[in-house]
Design a protein around this ligand. Structure first.
Ligand code: HEC
Ligand code: HEC
Length: 394
């Protein structure tokens, strides 16, 4: 009986494989190519795009999915267009800078200078922000988009979506200086854009809405979730406060210190922030008032977006003005340097009180090194090497 079964199984397997081989051959013929030969020939003159379009749909790390998070639905045709736009210097007035000039993939889409150079060589007013943190990109929890709960874009949170951010950046006098009519004319005259806009939107028409939506779709795919920290959280019970088996004793010590002193604003799971904006006592008097410069309210002076710390070891220099070159300097600030600014957040005051003094965390050298070691576990090497996010220009 057993014998017959196994002979029968081999027989089936034999025919199944012949059948599959047939399908394989067929598959090459019947696969719906994303581009015709003629289209691909045009694209390939300038761009290194895969013949079969890359899949930009997002898989969230287990620990985020377990919390009920859902990833934004990304259209691969729009994200492919977005990738090209992101790396194209033609999006700036004099064809000199692209989004990627100030948001470099190897640096988790941040820049390695305090202030970045715009299209005319002028410096940006603030430090470039890293891209690639889940809560930035409309990951939603049980249907509630985190963005709509208050997270927003730029150091002063003046934009609420990446589309809004992009339209401001494109036209910014320092960053890209682009006129939107000129952008339309320029891009519509380029054959590869005609193909890519048609694939994404059904026609080659270039509108500001399409440009910024495609950029948003591309950036929505930047969910960095494969750092050692993520792996630790995936494998543990999902409790960021528990020690991770795969961390060294030093990294676990750093994690504990972070959870005690820092997570009240920055969040313990690096998926959502607890506080969206705060004053962290960098100065007694700020030259850049941050949110206050926008709202003109005294109690907003010196408040800035609480930045997401994913990939933080790659995104220095740090703070809105890039004043700290290293993570060690950042830790020294929190340890001994917090200033008694009138809007200093109570989490950084003694006894958690409005009238408290600036906290002195007074970390030992060993604790400082542990905090830095922990922050390094947030680096996601897969994300910064992901081909789908790389420069598509030849
Ligand atoms: C000349 C440098 C430069 C260029 C070019 C540039 N950016 Fe930025 N980007 C910055 C700086 C600086 C900030 C922070 C500015 C601020 O907060 O006022 C920033 C902030 C952002 C943010 C907000 C991130 C957050 O967490 O709040 C996003 C998103 C972004 N840029 C995307 C883009 C896109 C898309 C493009 C291309 C259309 C682009 N940037 C072009 C320098 C640049
Ligand atoms: C009261 C809320 C709060 C607490 C608590 C807090 N931070 Fe911050 N953190 C901020 C804000 C706000 C900024 C941005 C400030 C600015 O640029 O003006 C920031 C910036 C940073 C940056 C720079 C990020 C970047 O992209 O430039 C790092 C790193 C950092 N914090 C780490 C820590 C660590 C480590 C601790 C604990 C020792 C901590 N923070 C505690 C609010 C907080």
């Amino acid at each position: 009986m057993k014998n017959i079964n196994s002979r029968y199984a081999w027989f089936c397997l034999f025919f199944l494989s012949i059948f599959l081989m047939g399908c394989q051959e067929d598959k090459v013929v019947i696969t719906k190519a994303d581009y015709t030969d003629a289209e691909y020939e045009v694209l390939a003159r300038t761009l290194n795009l895969p013949r079969e379009r890359a899949d930009y749909s997002v898989t969230l790390p287990l620990h985020m999915a377990r919390q009920g998070a859902t990833a934004p639905a990304v259209s691969s045709a729009k994200a492919t267009l977005g990738a090209v736009l992101f790396y194209d210097t033609k999006l700036s007035a004099n064809n000199t800078v692209s989004c990627a000039s100030c948001h470099k993939q190897s640096l988790a889409f941040s820049d390695d200078v305090a202030l970045s150079k715009g299209f005319n060589g002028e410096l940006t007013k603030r430090n470039s922000l890293a891209l690639g943190s889940a809560p930035n990109f409309e990951v939603s929890y049980n249907g509630n988009s985190v963005s709509s709960q208050g997270a927003a874009f730029f150091w002063d949170e003046r934009a609420h979506t990446i589309q809004e951010q992009s339209i401001l950046t494109l036209q910014d006098d320092i960053e890209m200086g682009m006129d939107l009519d000129e952008l339309k004319n320029r891009l519509e005259s380029i054959p590869y854009y005609n193909i890519l806009f048609t694939k994404a939107y059904g026609s080659g028409a270039v509108t500001p809405d399409r440009v910024t939506e495609a950029l948003q779709e591309f950036i929505n795919g930047f969910i960095s979730g494969t750092s050692r920290f993520d792996e630790g959280l995936n494998r543990s019970t999902g409790d960021p406060f528990a020690n991770f088996a795969e961390f060294t004793a030093q990294e676990n010590l750093g994690k504990t210190l972070f959870n005690t002193n820092c997570s009240s604003c920055h969040g313990a799971d690096f998926t959502s922030v607890v506080e969206t904006v705060a004053n962290n006592g960098l100065d007694l008097e700020y030259t850049d008032q941050g949110i206050g410069a926008r709202t003109r309210l005294d109690f907003d002076n010196g408040k800035f977006k609480v930045p997401f710390l994913r990939n933080i070891a790659l995104t220095g220099p740090y703070m809105h003005d890039g004043r700290f070159a290293t993570l060690e300097e950042v830790i020294d600030h929190y340890s001994e340097g917090i200033q008694a600014h009138e809007n200093l957040d109570i989490r950084l005051k003694t006894n958690f009180q409005f009238h408290g003094e600036p906290l002195k965390m007074n970390f030992t050298e060993e604790e400082k090194a542990a905090l830095v070691a922990f922050l390094h576990t947030l680096t996601d090497y897969q994300f910064i090497q992901d081909e789908r996010f790389a420069d598509p220009f030849k």
